[in-house]
Design a protein around this ligand. Structure first.
Ligand SMILES: Cc1cc2nc3c(=O)[nH]c(=O)nc-3n(C[C@H](O)[C@H](O)[C@H](O)COP(=O)(O)O)c2cc1C
Length: 210
């Protein structure tokens, strides 16, 4: 079967020129809520791209946990590959693909750590198993076997739930949005694209050719 024949027409919705006068953060939250309401699994997942010290781009999926003050918040290990990339170059790209609504959102900006208090609050809102998993993992480091991982995890089962603590190397990042592009699939590849760029604290909107 040829991959050439895999194609579809996009006709779920449209993005009129009027969208250029909208606040993109409001539009982002509207699209996010509509997508969550479809019941799609992992609706808040996005591909987070960073650039390594070697200059190579790298991407992985993370979960969006908050949208605050024009920033996307996600949680991870600060000592992971992505954490090291961000320590070296605090810039990132977030890519959302919402297939059921034929939408794509591309976001880029600078990244900072969220406050210790916010990371603590989110860490303790997670199920105890996830807290233990974060404590047990030295994310992105090589390990000899699955068994060694299990041993580290099992050792934490002796720690009561109330005594679990957020590791210093685990917490949140806020990707401060400097550019956001909304893509809505349209028939005949005449897709709608509206890009907003932050200039002097104001959003500058442009329609882009498909
Ligand atoms: C659906 C899904 C959700 C994920 N959510 C997170 C997350 O919120 N935080 C995280 O650190 N890793 C998450 N991961 C794992 C990452 O994709 C990645 O494997 C891990 O963060 C290590 O990446 P790094 O070595 O580039 O730092 C998720 C993976 C998938 C498939």
């Amino acid at each position: 079967m040829s991959l050439h024949d895999d194609r579809k027409e996009y006709q779920f919705d449209q993005l009129d020129d009027g969208a250029k006068s909208l606040n993109p953060m409001v539009l982002f939250k509207e699209w996010l809520e509509s997508y969550r309401q479809t019941g799609a699994a992992d609706a808040t997942a996005f591909a987070l791209s960073t650039v390594g010290e070697d200059g190579l781009p790298d991407a992985r999926i993370v979960l969006l946990k908050d949208v605050m003050d024009g920033a996307l918040v996600f949680y991870t290990h600060y000592t992971s590959k992505k954490g090291r990339d961000l320590a070296h170059r605090p810039k990132a790209h977030a890519l959302f693909f919402w297939r059921e609504m034929e939408r794509q959102i591309r976001i880029s900006g600078s990244v900072i750590k969220v406050s210790e208090e916010k990371s603590d609050a989110y860490f303790h809102s997670r199920p105890p198993g996830s807290q233990r998993g974060a404590m047990a993992s030295n994310q992105s480091e090589a390990i000899s076997s699955r068994a060694e991982m299990e041993t580290k995890f099992q050792a934490l089962s002796e720690v009561p739930d109330e005594a679990l603590h957020r590791p210093a190397g685990w917490g949140g990042y806020a990707l401060q949005i400097e550019r956001i592009e909304f893509w809505q699939g349209r028939p005949s590849r005449m897709h709608d694209r509206i890009a907003f760029t932050l200039k002097d604290h104001r959003w500058d909107a442009q329609r882009l050719e498909p």
